[in-house]
Design a binder for this molecule. Structure first.
Ligand code: ATP
Ligand code: MG
Length: 247
């Protein structure tokens, strides 16, 4: 797909950049998405471009929430659609979650293109296009969700969500699972479960944990959740970044 030798020491990172670039060319990723990607990459570099143990634990906790949810939704924006569409579909299949397109800079055209792109990667149903629900406390455009999707879900995975919207969703009482490489971001800080990791690693990792927890009894799932503290997870990630210790 791109002309990067696999032996290149930063192969994954270069591949990721090409995917985002291709997403912009296809009209699924916004130009703002390029800036968000650059920001994420800086944190990923400082984390050693790997899943730190506390992020792996958070991914397992997220998987336990998916298992216990009445209705879970995976929210997809232009960056996530460009970076890991197949992995999102696999997560939804493994957990029974719905997929909803949810854009910060919402245009009908980009919504359609992302929905098509997800269907090309195997998604059966894609929510977000009916836009008949509202997140209280946000202005019109950014408040729009599907009433029978994010609007009614008890568990929502929002990778790379804008801070304002993440806070508004949390205020609705939803269990909010956030993937964000910046532990200082308001999105990460408002999450019930902040996963400080790259979406391209975190999403397949949640899927793997969900499969592993498939037959776990409810009490075991509750134990996984109760043993997790979001503040500690954020602190551990920040320490890993500040220490520059890549072990
Ligand atoms: P706020 O503090 O309000 O949350 P923000 O800095 O998060 O603001 P944006 O730049 O819109 O605002 O957010 C992009 C976020 O997404 C950044 O925190 C960045 O670290 C994160 N991010 C970007 N690419 C990825 C990725 N591939 N995986 C995980 N997180 C990413
Ligand atoms: Mg943020």
């Amino acid at each position: 797909e791109v002309d990067v030798p696999e032996s290149h020491p930063r192969y994954e990172s270069l591949l990721t950049r090409h995917r985002i670039e291709a997403g912009v060319e296809k009209g699924i990723t916004s130009k703002q998405g390029l800036i968000a990607q650059g920001r994420g990459e800086a944190y990923d570099y400082l984390l050693g471009e790997r899943t730190i143990p506390s992020a792996d634990e958070a991914a397992r906790v997220a998987a336990a929430h998916f298992r216990l949810a009445d209705q879970a939704v995976v929210s997809v924006n232009g960056n996530v659609a460009a970076l890991c569409p197949g992995e999102v579909v696999e997560l939804a299949d493994a957990t029974g979650a719905d997929i909803e397109v949810n854009l910060f800079n919402r245009t009908a055209e980009r919504m359609e293109r992302i929905a098509d792109h997800l269907r090309e990667h195997g998604a059966e149903a894609v929510l977000g296009l009916s836009a008949d629900g509202r997140i209280p406390g946000l202005d019109h455009e950014r408040a729009t969700v599907d009433a029978d999707g994010i609007g009614s879900a008890d568990v929502v995975l929002v990778p790379l969500e804008d801070g304002d919207r993440a806070e508004a969703l949390a205020a609705m009482g939803k269990t909010e699972l956030v993937i964000d490489l910046n532990p200082l971001s308001r999105s990460a800080q408002s999450a019930s479960v902040p996963i400080v990791d790259n979406v391209i690693r975190a999403i397949p990792n949640i899927t793997e944990h969900a499969r592993d927890l498939r037959d776990a009894p409810e009490t075991a799932l509750r134990d996984v959740i109760d043993g997790f503290d979001p503040e500690t997870a954020l602190g551990t990630a920040e320490d890993a970044i500040r220490s520059g210790d890549l072990d």
